[in-house]
Design a protein around this ligand. Structure first.
Ligand SMILES: [Zn+2]
Ligand SMILES: [Zn+2]
Length: 67
């Protein structure tokens, strides 16, 4: 899963085709975890960990800031 090909904004949950998500991308590029799944726009369960964060979509599984 690559961030550049995502269909939905991970911050506001709207389609990346419409609107401007520059601010969203800027927030996501800092320490803020995404709130919405980039593939289905479902709201994700976000856990902040000592290493960063883990966000879980009920359909697409987990993504995290750390590798
Ligand atoms: Zn956005
Ligand atoms: Zn998903």
């Amino acid at each position: 899963m690559t961030a550049t090909m995502s269909a939905f904004c991970g911050w506001c949950g709207k389609s990346t085709d419409e609107g401007v998500h520059e601010l969203c991308a800027r927030r996501l590029a800092l320490v803020d975890p995404p709130r919405y799944c980039a593939e289905c726009a479902r709201r994700m369960v976000v856990q902040v960990t000592p290493a960063g964060w883990v966000a879980r979509c009920s359909r697409h599984g987990e993504i995290s800031s750390a590798r």
